[in-house]
Design a protein around this ligand. Sequence first.
Ligand SMILES: [Zn+2]
Length: 82
Amino acid sequence: MNKLLIFVLVMLAIYWIRRSLSAPASKGGERAATGKAKRRGEPEKMLACAHCGVHVPESEGVHGEHDFFCCAEHRRQHRSQH
Ligand SMILES: [Zn+2]
């Protein structure tokens, strides 16, 4: 039982260390403010808005029930059409 507790603590420690290492080193955290910030260097997936067809990064758009939209307003407009 004790071994299990130590294992869990070690896993938590690794998780904390990894999280602190992946956090942006610069002050301010301009991308972290969005709450959806991706790791630096990771290519952003571009998706087309189902309403207007504009391509936006996945983290900056919104997901509908089945589609992807560039903004919440377009998701609302698209939903009201169907
Ligand atoms: Zn749109």
